[in-house]
Design a protein around this ligand. Sequence first.
Ligand code: NAD
Length: 494
Amino acid sequence: MTLTHADWQHRAAALTLDGHAYIAGQRCAPRENGWLDSINPMNGSVLAHIAACDSRDVDTAVAAARQAFEQGDWAQAGPGERRRVLLAVAREIRDHAAELALLDSLEVGKCINEALDDAEEAAVLFDWFGEVQDKCFDEVAPSPANTQASVVHEALGVVAAVVPWNYPLHNAAVKVAPALAAGNSVVLKPAEESALSALRLAELCTRAGLPHGVLNIVPGHGHVAGEALGRHPDVDALGFTGSSEIGKRFLVYSGESNMKPIWLECGGKSPLLIFDDCPDIEAAADAAIAGIFTNAGQVCSAHSRLLLQSGIADAFLDALRRRVAEIRPGDPLDPATTLGPIVSRAQFDKVCSYLAIGREEAALVCGGEPIRGLGSELFVAPTIFADVERHHRIFQEEVFGPVLSVSRFESDEQAITLANASRYGLAASLWTANLSRAHRMSDALQAGTVSVNTVDAVSPQTPFGGMKESGIGRDYALHGMRKYMAPKTRWICY
Ligand code: NAD
């Protein structure tokens, strides 16, 4: 059934929004009764009061997770039982997709159709990790006669996760599904701006049969609840998604506490390279637009640096201009909308500061200012700056908004130098008809994922993560699950 704008508005009005924490299978208020407001960026209204958990709430959640782990109803469950529950979670997500999409759309201004896609992707992750965990075998190593050396992969215990607001449900699923599949208990802290879908996800996991205490959600401030998890002596590993600046802090938290492994999915400034022999300029322009303006540019792997070979540059910029004119800003609950507001006033101010920097540094092609008259003050026009040089701040710094910087190159060598001139290394994409160049570039580009003749390819089957200051470790695929397990070597002499 296709819902109209009015249908979504009615459904939004009928929602029950509950910001209580979720610990040991129950909703609960924070001990100090501290709350923070969830604000709808479309109209500035307070959607819900969200528990602002402090370190004692985090202690309670970690203790619940530990108890559940030791009780063993999940950790010791056979792989068939884990599969059954994780697949049931996927079904619950699909059954509640409209509700979950609404929560994300209302809290962060995400276009409703994109939020529906996110819910489906979250379900796919539970399906994938549910299916894969009972098909992974341990190892028997070569060893001398009358001995047996085997390597088994054990759950770590209590895994914590701290995630950002740009893909609230999806980011939660990326951490929770593999950690649960590996047999761990989990404590997740969502972002201040976007806790509601993670809280509902935990309830749906319980409905699907996940034992109490195996998944706990502690909303709250980063420097309070997030830091408490990072420093917690009884957290065995922590998966973080967010900015590189905060990611580095988690390395310190770990080093100053129990040396828990920290897995980081951080920022990016991904390059998109268009060579003169681009096989399909129209498809490449569509992909470039999606690569920077989806989710109003608030995407870790947003392809925010467009590098154009000189022979195709003018035609490609024309193709982009035509498409920018078709972007439709508006209410995220209107299915026709393709650009929502920026998530918050703070993020809007940051994006606007880069609009000013870009105007000073480079040539404005389009946009460059807020859009007024749409019912929210937080809209930013899709913006393109040309003649951007590698030392410019809009070339180097992550804006996390709908802002594209365009630079030109002549040779393959120049393209590689420009693309790699970044402290980040999350993703890179290129378009060329030359197979040898595609391979050479894939080798030379410093990025966790290189996509050729598409932009930003991602799937549950392939690892996702970054080089350099984009992070440590990988999400998705078997890498995403095995990092929440410890290999144990067992020697038996007989
Ligand atoms: P952020 O780093 O400010 O916050 C992320 C999380 O960390 C939030 O839950 C926040 O509450 C918490 N946090 C903040 N300060 C903290 C502190 N002092 N101690 C402990 N926890 C703290 O990031 P953001 O602004 O919410 O999200 C945007 C960033 O996330 C961008 O840099 C983006 O590239 C990155 N991101 C990366 C990926 C990826 O997969 N690589 C995916 C999505 C977003």
